[in-house]
Design a protein around this ligand. Sequence first.
Ligand SMILES: Cc1cc2nc3c(=O)[nH]c(=O)nc-3n(C[C@H](O)[C@H](O)[C@H](O)COP(=O)(O)O)c2cc1C
Length: 160
Amino acid sequence: MAKLAVIYGTGTGHTGEMAEQIDDGARSEGLETEVILLGNVTEDVPGGGRTTSVDDALAIMDSADAVAIGSSTYNMLPVVFVEQLLEKAGSLDLSGKVGTAFGPYATRPKAVGIIIDAMKSWGMDVVEPGLQVSGAITGKIRQESRELGESIARALSGKR
Ligand SMILES: Cc1cc2nc3c(=O)[nH]c(=O)nc-3n(C[C@H](O)[C@H](O)[C@H](O)COP(=O)(O)O)c2cc1C
C-alpha cells in the first residue's frame, strides 16, 4: 500500500485541523497514512498526542511515497520546525515522490509557497497549488483539506 506522511508545524493548532482532514481524505482513497506533529523531540505529550523531532520526521519522509507538509505563517515565515525540516530535507533523494503543502494564514501568506518551491527544487511531483486558507478553520476548509488528501491519492495512483 502506498504511504503518505502528513507532517506539520503549528502555533495554535489550526494547521493540525487541516492535517487530520487531509489524512482522512487520503485514507478514504486507500492510502496508508501517518500524521506527524513536529516538535523539539520525539515524545508523547502529557494529556495526549505526540511530537516528532525533525530528524525522525526526515526518516519518515524518506520512506514515504508522498509527503504533505503543513505550516501556518508567522512573521512571513513557516513555523520554525518546518523551516528546519526544509533546510535538512534537501539532503534526501525525494525526486519522483508526490508532494504538496497546506496551511492557514491571516493576511500575508508565505509558508505554503515556500514549501512548494522547496519541493520543486527537490524534484518532487507537486500537487499544486496546495491549500492555503485564511481565517478560522470552517467546514468548507475541512472539506477542501479532505479533497487535497484525495488528490494526493489520485496523483499517486497515476504514477503506478
Ligand atoms: C505573532 C504572529 C505572527 C503572525 N504572522 C503572520 C504573517 O506574517 N502572515 C500571515 O498571513 N499570518 C500571520 N499570523 C497569523 C497566523 O498564521 C494564523 O493565526 C494561523 O491560523 C495560525 O495557525 P496555527 O494555529 O496552525 O499556527 C501571525 C500570527 C501571530 C500570532
